[in-house]
Structures are given as C-alpha cells and as structure tokens.
Design a protein around this ligand. Structure first.
Ligand SMILES: [Mn+2]
Length: 398
C-alpha cells in the first residue's frame, strides 16, 4: 500500500494578491505527486478561511476531483460514519478540518461541504478502514478543536487501534513541543496520544518533522505553502509524504518561493543597510519572499522610520516585508498588548480602538483612531486605505 500525506494547503491564502496563486500551485503539485498512491490523507487547514469565496472553493474542489479520475486499490470495509459512494471513486481523499476551517455549533464548515459534494471523506472523531490489496489500513481522525478542549475531546473519543490493520491517527492541534501560539497553549502532550498506532500524523504546525512515538512513528506534515512564516520554514523545504505501512518517504515540492529572513539593528543608516543587503540578492522567478526584521528599540520621542519607499523601490524584485509578519519581537508586543487589555477589562470596542491606536502610532499616522474605527465598523475600508496611503487627505466622502 502507498498512502500520500499532506496538510495545511491553506487554499485561498492572500487570494487576489501577489501571492494569491501560491496555495493552489502547491496543492496542485501535492496532488500530482499523490496520484500513484492508494489513499490520500489531508491533515487539516485545506482552506485558509472558514467561509472560502466560491472562486477559492471551486478551484480547491477541482484539484481534489483529480484524485477521482485515477484508479485505486483501496476498498472501504468498515466505517464509524456514513461514507458516500461518490467519495470512493478513484483515490479516496480522507481529511480532517483544521483550526482555519472550524465553525461553531451546527454551522457547516467547508470540508463538511466538500464531503456533501462527494469529494472527500471528512473525519471528526471518527474512523474508516480500507483494504488495500489484502492489507488493512485504519484511519482515525480527530478534527481541530479549541486547544483547551483537546485533551477532553481525545479522552472522550478514546480511539482504539483496529486489530490486524495498520493504524493511523491523524489530528490538528498544538502538542508540546509543537506549539503554534503561546496564547493558546496545548492541553495534549505527545505522551498523551493513544498507544498502539503505527503512524501519528499532525497538521497545524507549518514546518515538518519525523520522530518515533510509542511503538510507531510521528509525522508533523508541515504546510505546502508558507503563510505566517516561522524561521524553521526558511531552513527546510516543503514536502508531501508517502507511507507504505512502515517507512515514511519525503517527496519535495518544487514550485516554492525562496524565503529569506534578515535582521537589522535599528538606528542610523538602517535604510541604506537594508538597501545594500537587497542589492546583493538574486532576482528569482517566482520572486523571493524577503522578510526584514528591525531589531532594537528607539527612544520614545524618536519616530519609527518609515520603510514604504524601500518597499516600493524593490517591489518588482522581491515580495518584501519590513518588520511585518515576523514573529518574536512583533509577537511579544502583541502578547503584551493582549495581557494589558485583559488586565484592564476593556470592552471589545475599546480594545479595538486601543489596537488601532498603537498600529497608527507605529505608522506615524496623525488621523484620530476613533474616527477610523467608526469607518471600519461601517465597513468603509476603501476610504481608510486611501487615507492611510495619502490618496485622500480628509475624512470627507469622495
Ligand atoms: Mn495551518
């Protein structure tokens, strides 16, 4: 048997923007490389959003439907949930939903919707068993839940390995030491995972890793495309994985942008130093993602330097982010802000204004945050964008 595994395709990430095609290119390549397998597993965050645009949904559906046009030796023999025969055409695609797709209560998430269209099997604390050329493989899937309930949900479900089968446990959470956000700490440790499975597959975290766990193997799939970029992702390629019941093979995804992260100390000549560095980089196709992180702190009365002209000057050569989307310092600031907000017990509106105020302050913006906040609440984002970029000078409607 051969099982293809990938995850965190984030279809629709930055849709309509310069990187808007990247998620589809990567998922298409992942699908290309999976078509010689009997089953395809997707460990969550197929979509970047809970309610994907029809354009995003249909393009994702089209990629998935390619699995149905190729024959597979996998036959469903047992299941703890109802499976549509439509989902068993060609290579079955077995999925769980992730944090990006989770919706509350009775609301239908996009993976449940794909399942109703007969494109996938969606596991949510449920299991399916296939026969592949006389070998049995059982796939047990726990879709993403709030971290604080993860342990409880797992304990309540209490999945049991199927005797005589290769058993795969697939889930989408933070697990010590694979943590997405210190604001949302895990309740599951690796050692809490149920024993007796041959392969544990974890989505959610966007870099990849393989290690031994209990008497089986543990695979952190990583994403097929970078979203908020962690430094571990810069140091490794993106992969899909193929599992034969014993070994995990890594298959590298080729159509990826190079990513570069570079740090600079704030202070005199920082813009020249960044420009000198950018001039040493090669211009690639597709463009490299270059993340510049400005370190250090300025005295309170010195305004933050503005890097928009640099971004403008290099926009044809790189996808350039200066002091944006970089974790650590930026992230710690947010952490502090959220702690302060919690301590001060402000209303959501006050909290929103406070966050906006701090962002505008960083951009040297002189516009009153209260006024912009009201425009935001009204959904008048075009006008705000024009104000912030200087295209519009007053708050009067144009
Ligand atoms: Mn993800």
């Amino acid at each position: 048997m051969k099982i293809a595994i990938f995850s965190d395709t984030h279809c629709g990430f930055k849709y309509g923007e310069e990187r808007g095609e990247d998620s589809f290119i990567a998922m298409n390549e992942a699908m290309d490389k999976s078509l010689d397998c009997d089953i395809i597993l997707h460990a969550g965050d197929m979509f970047d959003g809970k309610v994907p645009k029809p354009e995003v949904y249909s393009r994702t559906a089209k990629i998935l439907s390619r699995a149905h046009s190729v024959s597979s030796n996998a036959k469903l023999i047992e299941s703890t949930k109802e499976v549509s025969p439509l989902a068993l055409r060609g290579i079955p695609v077995v999925t769980i939903h992730g944090t990006h797709e989770r919706r509350s209560g009775e609301m239908i998430n996009p993976l449940q919707s794909l399942e109703k269209s007969g494109l996938i099997i969606h596991l949510d604390s449920s299991s399916v068993v296939f026969d592949v050329n006389g070998e049995k493989v059982a796939i047990h899937g726990m879709s993403g839940v709030s971290e604080k309930y993860a342990k409880e949900v797992l304990d309540k479900w209490n999945p049991q390995p199927v005797v005589g089968a290769i058993n795969i446990f697939m889930f989408h959470q933070s697990v010590e030491p694979y943590i997405y956000s210190p604001l949302d700490p895990p309740t599951i440790k690796l050692s809490d995972l149920p024993k007796g499975f041959d392969l544990y597959i974890l989505g959610h975290i966007h870099w990849s890793d393989i290690q031994n766990l209990h008497s089986g193997k543990f695979l952190l799939t990583g994403s097929t495309t970078p979203t908020s970029i962690h430094k571990n992702e810069v140091e490794q390629a993106k992969y899909i994985f193929k599992y034969d019941g014993k070994e995990i093979e890594k298959v590298k995804l080729e159509n990826q942008r190079k990513i570069m992260i570079e740090e600079f100390e704030v202070g005199a000549g920082v813009k020249d130093r960044i420009a000198n560095f950018l001039n040493t980089l090669s211009v690639e196709n597709p463009k490299q993602i270059v993340m510049i992180k400005i370190k250090g702190t300025l005295p309170k009365d010195v305004p933050q330097p503005n890097f928009r002209d640099l971004e403008e000057r290099y926009k044809d050569k790189f996808i350039l982010y200066i002091n944006k989307n970089v974790e650590s310092q930026d992230f710690e600031d947010k952490l502090d802000l959220i702690k302060t907000l919690n301590d001060n017990r402000m209303s959501p509106e006050e909290q929103g204004i406070r966050i906006l105020e701090s962002k505008l302050g960083q951009m040297n913006c002189i516009i009153n945050p209260n006024e912009i906040f009201d425009l935001l609440v009204e959904g008048n984002s075009d006008m705000i964008f024009n104000l912030l970029t200087g295209k519009q000078k007053t708050l009067a409607m144009i």
